[in-house]
Design a protein around this ligand. Structure first.
Ligand code: UDP
Ligand code: MG
Length: 333
């Protein structure tokens, strides 16, 4: 990733860095892209600042890439970043942050669930000295009860077990100062749970509440399975509580086992109650077997993570970048 950073950050073709970069990951978002561009442009122009829109195409299979090409050719403020395939939102965000040049960077979703109209407020907080401005959802529209309830529980559990305070009900929508973005760049882990990393870097942080509208168009890219995956990723990236839980329950079960054995010995020798107990034996085997498999599974999750980190594969690959209408193929990493 660093050679690539050097290549593109060497300043070639870059005159003055904009004050603000808005980074948006896009995966099959052709339905919202025109609306997003229009609303962002309207808000940003009214602010009288220099800005760039870093739109990252995360290997979309629909018309998103073509639309982005057209946009980048017609609007000099658009920096279009094309990843070589679908790497997932966390990777797309990382790519966008790496390619951004602004003094402040705002990260938001493409589907207008993060309203661009809030940007002036975020800029104000940044100008007043905040390095990180978190946008906290007061309410969420258009999301099922199950999704809201599971999100609620997830954030509470995550916070209880992780070493850093990961703000509840805060998505990826936030503003980061250049210093904060540079700090994030130092985090080299491959499996990137961005919400956690944003919190992990610290820096003076301000929170702004807003009501989250429903998706403007198109469908959510997440199904329950991938959300559960993300939740697990979040917890295992920021905590070893599951390992500790395995240790503690192992300890308790072992203790129970010893007591039970003592009881059996006493029962057999003192009370003279010989062979019996197929039910107790089979239930013990089942409980212990289950607990062991669970603990091994949890261990495996962490070993798997280590395995992926150890490979040190790049988090993403960029196919090409169009900046100020100028395409640049990725030729070296
Ligand atoms: N996204 C992405 N890559 C993916 C999946 C999603 O870049 O593999 C982007 C998507 O285009 C959107 C953002 O991540 O800009 C959030 O996705 P979505 O709105 O589907 O998630 P939800 O709001 O339902 O959690
Ligand atoms: Mg969304």
């Amino acid at each position: 990733m660093n050679a690539l950073t050097d290549l593109w950050h060497s300043g070639a073709g870059r005159s003055v860095d904009p004050e603000l970069s808005v980074v948006v990951p896009l995966y099959n978002e052709h339905e919202v892209l025109p609306m997003l561009h229009e609303r962002l442009t309207r808000v940003l122009r009214s602010q009288g600042i220099t800005y760039e829109l870093v739109l990252v195409d995360d290997g979309s299979q629909d018309a998103t890439s073509d639309m982005l090409d057209t946009l980048a050719a017609s609007d000099q403020a658009v920096t279009a970043v094309f990843l070589s395939r679908n790497f997932g939102k966390e990777a797309a965000l990382t790519a966008g942050l790496q390619q951004s040049a602004g003094q402040a960077v705002i990260v938001m979703d493409a589907d207008l669930q993060d309203p661009p109209e809030l940007i002036p407020q975020m800029l104000l907080a940044w100008r007043n000295g905040a390095d990180v401005v978190n946008m906290r959802r007061r309410s969420r529209e258009g999301e099922s009860f199950l999704k809201r309830a599971s999100a609620y529980c997830f954030y509470r559990v995550l916070n209880a077990v992780s070493e850093v305070d990961i703000p509840a009900d805060t998505g990826d929508f936030r503003l980061l100062s250049r210093a904060a973005v540079n700090a994030l760049d130092l985090v080299v882990e491959r499996k990137r749970y961005m919400k956690g990393l944003f919190a992990w870097i610290g820096f003076p942080t301000v929170e702004i509440e807003y009501d989250r509208p429903a998706r403007a168009a198109g469908a959510s890219k997440w199904d329950y399975l991938s959300l559960i995956g993300l939740a697990f990723e979040g917890i295992t990236s920021f905590s070893i509580a599951p390992l500790r839980l395995a240790t503690i329950s192992g300890l308790l079960i072992a203790l129970g086992g010893v007591l039970f054995t003592l009881w059996i010995v006493v029962k057999t020798l003192v009370l003279g109650d010989p062979v019996q107990g197929y039910p107790s034996m089979i239930s013990l085997i089942a409980v212990l077997g289950g607990a062991q498999l669970l603990a091994i599974g949890v261990l495996g999750e962490y070993i798997g993570k280590t395995y992926f980190e150890a490979k040190r594969r790049p988090v993403f690959l960029i196919r090409n970048v169009v900046r100020r209408g100028q395409p640049r193929q990725a030729t070296a990493w």
